[in-house]
Design a protein around this ligand. Structure first.
Ligand code: S3P
Length: 426
């Protein structure tokens, strides 16, 4: 149990947001299969992305880290080599699902496994399309669950695939397999999800056509190493955006927050709820400095195509809604049940212990606003985003909050507790 920082009088100061997790993973993977060197700055050195580095090294990639920039010496699409051991992806869903696509067309066997949480997450969503492409992969003992075993195949065939779920991980797995397939692969998204794979593939000189929800790419392409500047992660910034809005007398400046239209749903929600937020784009055109100040908030409804644009932010948006006037409704978010933990249950059960009033529904939750949060013993369920949300909640309580499994914040934000401590004015 870790005692959380509680009863903050105000939050004041400036914070530089650490690198985007989704972009960091992809920069290593694409760098490894490109030709030539890829230089990466702003890389997120947190457990999930370090798992990707480790696994790509096991697959023969040469990756140097001088503490500032990371250099990947590309091996080309045919240059990866058979791993001598199991590939341990830790807690990282992005690593296992994207690598399933990348390894599906390779001429060697590999086994991808994760931690106790990852090993309960569904993999059928990648097994189905990859199998249609001719890949040979299966979960543990006849199930869809990891460890995932991928057998060597001669070649993959392109498919046309209509996705049954909105998932950037599944889309990206098919794209990475499509790069190795014969013919043109077409993916039709259910809802538009984060587009970092498509954008980065273009940056690496790949040909990929995106027309609304339809994505097309041909197999057999050669990628060229690039210089990648990873912007700050809006999903990490989200905890401080909300903290600045709900802790009294606060004024925070968050620097270098990546602004990508497929990720910025939380900004729309904050504006809709009446939050005091100012966004100043940087000259790079991909990130912004964002100022937030304590605000009077009103409830909102979040559903439909908005959900993939803020899927990872729903736990912290739920906390925001407990402090708004009125009832906030979140719908169409059943995907939350298969994240690092069941995030609908985790959010409702743990915040309700702290005197929030949240009803779980089949596909989301109803959050009754105007709660005065109180101290309690809470559980992160080993989920980094639940852990960080509960720490922000604790800032509002008069009495102590203790949290089980607090170290899980290292999965995406190793300096999170230090930054909170630095910004809190007692
Ligand atoms: C991610 C996609 C999302 C997101 C995850 C990162 C990615 O997952 O929740 O944190 O980097 O592609 P889904 O594809 O399962 O929606």
């Amino acid at each position: 149990m870790r005692p959380l920082i509680h009863h903050a009088k105000q939050l004041k100061g400036t914070l530089t947001i650490p690198g985007d997790k989704s972009i960091s993973h992809r920069s290593i993977m694409l760098g490894a299969i490109a030709e030539g060197k890829t230089r990466i700055t702003g890389f997120l050195r947190a457990e999930d992305c370090l798992s990707t580095i480790q696994v790509m090294r096991q697959l023969g990639a040469t990756i140097h880290d001088d503490g500032e920039k990371i250099v990947v010496e590309g091996k080309g699409m045919n240059g990866l080599t058979a791993p001598s051991e199991l590939l341990d992806v830790g807690n990282s869903g992005t690593t296992i699902r994207l690598l399933a696509g990348l390894l599906a067309g390779q001429p060697f066997k590999s086994v991808l496994a994760g931690d106790q949480y990852l090993n309960k997450r569904p993999m059928q969503r990648v097994i189905t399309p990859l199998s249609q492409m001719g890949a040979k992969l299966h979960g543990h003992e006849g199930t869809e669950l990891p460890p995932l075993t991928i057998e060597p195949v001669d070649h993959l065939q392109a498919i046309r695939y209509e996705m049954p779920v909105a998932s950037a991980q599944v889309k990206s797995a098919i794209i990475l397999a499509g790069l190795q397939a014969e013919g043109e692969t077409v993916v039709i998204e259910k809802e538009r999800s984060r587009n970092h794979t498509e954008e980065m593939l273009q940056q690496f000189g790949g040909q990929i056509d995106v027309n609304g929800k339809e994505i097309r790419l041909k197999g057999g392409q050669t990628l060229k190493g690039q210089t990648i500047e990873v912007p700050g992660d809006i999903s990490s910034a989200a905890f401080f955006l909300v903290a600045g809005l709900i802790v009294p007398n606060s004024d925070l400046l968050l620097k270098n927050v990546g602004i990508n239209e497929t990720r910025s749903g939380i900004i729309d929600v904050i504006k809709d709820m009446g939050g005091n937020i100012t966004i100043s784009m940087r000259p790079n055109g991909i990130s912004a400095d964002i100022r937030v100040q304590t605000s009077q908030l009103k409830a909102t409804t979040i559903n439909g195509e908005m959900i993939p644009r803020l899927i990872d932010e729903i736990p912290i948006i739920a906390l925001l809604a407990t402090q708004a006037e009125g009832d906030t409704v979140i719908e169409d978010a059943e995907e939350l049940k298969v994240k690092e933990t069941d995030r609908i249950h985790a959010v409702a059960s743990q915040l309700n212990k702290m005197n929030a009033h949240i009803n779980e529904t089949e596909d989301g939750m109803i959050i009754h606003g105007g709660s005065s949060l109180q101290g309690a013993e809470v559980d992160s369920f080993g989920d980094h985003r639940i852990g960080m949300m509960l720490q922000v909640a604790a800032l509002l309580t008069q009495s102590e909050v203790h949290m089980k499994d607090a170290d899980c914040v290292n999965i995406s934000y190793p300096t999170f507790f230090d930054e909170i401590a630095r910004l809190v004015q007692a």
